[in-house]
Design a protein around this ligand. Structure first.
Ligand code: TEU
Length: 543
């Protein structure tokens, strides 16, 4: 393919710096820690790192509340460290993708400090202010982190909008000065040689608060086309938008190359499948594998050539997939590999979230005092006030809470899993003695080696990058099976989503050829009588 972009055959690794590797014993991960682990990431084989925010921040939302876009959080290091990371990664052909958080700033950003000085301040219009309505909030917009999205400012008698924490005031994108500030800041980072941007809640920047429109506002795509032209369009970078409400139709608007917006978006349709209709993420229902198959297959086929998928199970906001939809006890290793094989042989760019590649699990809490995450803590307080039972809230937190993904990376069996010599900012999962990088590296059958092999398969087989996808529908509900086809070659990928063995009869599939990868040792693949073990997954070429 002539028009291949570097990010199409790529695999991206997400680092949540606070929890990755501490180098100075303060209990908080840092840039030096990442630099020290580049060998490991190169060994895994990844193409780029998506770095969650490292900018200056008071950490109300762990760096997603930025007080200076052109400076580094002091706990993480200095701008020199950042430049060193970019350069040392580049020497290994690893690019650094920055997190672009421009829906909002911190309330400690100088723009907001100025803005709240009064209605006449030149920065006032950088944010969204409204007069009270009937002595109360302007309207019923809610914050993702519970409560009203409007916060009253005593001094001026007006409310400001915050779709997240009250310490994350929303920027006013209708103000062209704000957009220019964002472009300038992006160019500052592009000039430093970054490999692109992951764009935090980018679908919100076209909001019309007065009409209670937040996602997919009318000017959203115009803004993104401007952004592309004014900033990264001149560079060979990856841009991925975080777009919670995207459908395939909407995703094409962002990622159709002819429209000059983004490389791809994160879609979250599969992520909502264990959430009750009309409820919040905390209102749980069991996963129906049939729905998962239908949703992922739809995304695989509907983007066509006017878009590009990103593939992920995990990020810093989501529970660990092996605990969520797999079995993190008896079949932890098998189910972790099953999710890897199933996703990494699909079409799109896969994202691995730190620790996923060694099969890290959720870590349940007993008391809310053990939680660190603002979303979790605010929701707990709100639901307690509304009369929910404490046990039920804690249960939901253990299933869905964001701290699950944020416990420190488990490097070895030394105290704190080798993450820090100090007191870790968030509890280390006590299973670190068994589940850690060192043990994974030693064991050729580990989850790590499965991920490593999958990354290599993608690099060496165009069918993984470009092949057409077809879901196999004549299989039991718990079996996820698909074909990839490219230039006369066909691969079949299959996964058993249950703890029970399943026998399949698929004589029409023909003869199996070369075995590509699997999470069990098998002698052969016989489609007339195919016995799948609990959580078994494999890929095989058709003869
Ligand atoms: O997340 C957007 C977002 O909507 C999340 O808060 C999400 O709804 C929730 O966590 C699902 O569990 C992005 C970042 O990924 C998140 O870490 C930030 O807290 C948020 O934006 C605000 O910047």
């Amino acid at each position: 393919m002539n028009n291949t972009k570097w990010w199409q055959p790529a695999v991206i690794y997400q680092i949540y710096p606070r929890s990755f590797q501490d180098s100075d014993g303060d209990g908080i991960g840092d840039l030096r820690g990442i630099i020290n682990r580049l060998d490991y990431l190169e060994h895994l084989g990844i193409t780029a790192i998506w770095l969650s925010p490292v900018y200056k921040s008071p950490n109300d939302d762990n760096g997603y509340d930025i007080s200076d876009y052109q400076d580094i959080m002091s706990e993480f290091g200095t701008m020199e460290d950042m430049e060193e990371l970019i350069e040392r990664a580049r020497l290994r052909n690893i690019r650094i993708i920055m997190d672009l958080v421009v829906n909002h700033t911190s309330d400690e950003h100088p723009w907001f400090i100025e803005a709240r000085k009064g209605k006449d301040n030149p920065y006032r219009n950088y944010y969204i202010w409204r007069d009270p309505v009937n002595g109360g909030v302007p309207n019923s917009l809610r914050s993702t982190f519970s409560g009203s999205a409007w916060e009253f400012d005593e001094a001026s008698g007006q409310y400001y909008l915050h779709l997240f924490s009250r310490r994350q005031p929303d920027l006013n994108w209708e103000n062209s000065k704000v957009r220019q500030e964002v472009w300038d800041m992006m160019n500052f980072w592009l000039d430093k040689g970054v490999g692109g941007f992951r764009m935090d809640v980018i679908d919100l920047v076209g909001k019309i608060p007065d009409k209670e429109i937040t996602g997919n506002g009318p000017k959203l795509h115009e803004y993104l086309q401007d952004m592309n032209r004014e900033t990264f369009g001149k560079h060979d970078v990856l841009t991925v938008g975080e777009t919670w409400g995207a459908t395939p139709e909407v995703a094409k608007l962002y990622s159709d190359p002819d429209r000059n917006e983004l490389s791809m978006v994160f879609q979250f349709e599969h992520i909502g499948l264990d959430q009750q209709d009309g409820g919040e993420k905390w209102d749980l229902k069991p996963l129906d594998v049939r729905e998962l198959k239908q949703v992922l297959a739809k995304w695989q086929t509907e983007l066509g050539n006017a878009g590009w998928n990103s593939l992920f199970w995990n990020n810093h906001d989501l529970p660990r997939i092996v605990s969520r939809w797999g079995d993190d006890k008896q079949y932890r290793v098998q189910s972790a590999k099953m999710f890897a094989i199933l996703l990494h042989l699909m079409k799109g760019t896969p994202y691995i979230y730190q620790g996923e590649e060694i099969g890290m699990t959720n870590y349940p809490i007993q008391e809310i005092s053990e939680a660190q995450d603002i979303e979790t803590i605010n929701m707990y307080q709100e639901r307690i006030a509304e009369g929910y039972a404490k046990e039920d809230i804690i249960y939901s937190i253990n299933v869905k809470g964001r701290d699950n993904a944020r416990t420190p990376v488990q490097w070895d069996h030394s105290p704190n899993g080798g993450f820090t010599t100090g007191e870790p900012w968030l509890h280390v999962n006590p299973n670190y003695k068994e589940i850690n990088v060192e043990a994974n590296l030693k064991d050729p059958d580990s989850v790590f080696h499965c991920y490593r092999k999958l990354i290599e398969l993608r690099k060496n087989n165009p069918i993984v990058v470009w092949g057409d996808f077809e879901l196999v529908t004549r299989v039991p509900d718990q079996v996820f099976m698909y074909f990839r086809r490219y230039e006369g070659e066909t691969w079949l990928v299959t996964a058993n989503f249950s703890r029970e063995p399943i026998t399949l009869e698929l004589p029409e599939t023909g003869q199996a050829g070369e075995f590509i990868i699997g999470n069990y040792t098998r002698d052969d693949v016989d489609f007339k009588q195919l016995q799948l073990q609990p959580y078994e997954a494999f890929a095989v070429k058709l003869a």
